[in-house]
Design a protein around this ligand. Structure first.
Ligand SMILES: [Zn+2]
Length: 261
């Protein structure tokens, strides 16, 4: 229940009561214990809202549990442990602020993700656009699709600006080139032999499988999506990517670089 839905005379006492109760969670070390338990059970100590920011270890002074539903608007949720979720400082200070996950900027009710009950979301970059004409850059645009599409996912995206941040901060050209370099190093260290284009797609698929297994560590979930995209585009015979990937892996280029579709 929102603060303004309460009788006017009870608003301040209720706010004070639940703010006091929230203080007790700190005084008795309950918030700190919850953070420790969550860190121990998370597959990686990464901000669950963006999948990228590292979280400090339990006991560090910086990290905290954030009120997902703002306590200023929903006083009953102030001391609810279910409403306290670890959140990276960038997500918290630069994006979430006091935004209400349950209502949009116009005050309309919306479905929001429950940070404790988040079902798996798949990420696809397969609709991204390769720059077929340029000789330097490879990508015109990364297109990030979430599957399954849902109102809760769009609420999460709107609050945390996920697509914008991933495109700007992770899927930038230098990082993409570094990831291609990582793939080259992977192929070398695994002493893979490349005689045909099939060997290249086979190595991309293996590398993607390895990255998928790393989950949220080192943004591997996003890196895996990049290599799934490369695999799909190679299977479609992308003329821009094939020469590059052959060069990376030391695979002989055909006499005329024309890839059958
Ligand atoms: Zn974050």
């Amino acid at each position: 229940m929102k603060l303004e839905e309460l009788p006017a005379a009870s608003r301040e006492p209720i706010k004070k009561l639940f703010t006091f109760a929230f203080g007790l969670l700190t005084d008795y070390g309950i918030r700190q214990r919850q953070y420790k338990v969550l860190c121990e059970t998370m597959p990686a100590r990464i901000c669950p809202f963006c999948g990228c920011e590292g979280l400090d270890a339990p006991g560090a002074p910086q990290e905290d549990l954030d009120h997902y539903i703002p306590r200023s608007k929903y006083p009953f949720a102030a001391a609810n442990l279910r409403n306290l979720a670890p959140m990276g400082s960038r997500c918290n200070a630069s994006y979430k602020h006091m935004q209400d996950p349950l209502r949009d900027n116009e005050g309309n009710r919306r479905i929001a993700c429950d940070p404790y009950l988040a079902n798996g979301v798949s990420i696809s970059l397969n609709n991204s656009i390769v720059d077929e004409a340029a000789t330097d850059r490879i990508m015109t645009e990364w297109v990030i699709d979430f599957q399954p599409a849902s109102e809760a996912i769009e609420s999460w995206e709107t609050i945390f600006h996920i697509r914008e941040r991933w495109k700007r901060d992770i899927l930038d050209e230098p990082t993409f080139n570094q990831w291609l370099g990582d793939f080259r190093n992977y192929c070398r260290s695994a002493t893979l032999r490349f005689a045909t284009d099939h060997d290249v797609t086979d190595a991309i698929n293996r590398y993607e499988e390895y990255l998928s297994g790393c989950g949220f560590r080192d943004r591997s979930f996003l890196k895996a999506a990049v290599f799934r995209f490369l695999s799909v585009r190679c299977a479609q015979g992308c003329q821009r990517l094939w020469p590059l990937l052959r060069d990376l892996t030391g695979t002989p280029q055909p006499p005329n670089i024309r890839i059958p579709i």
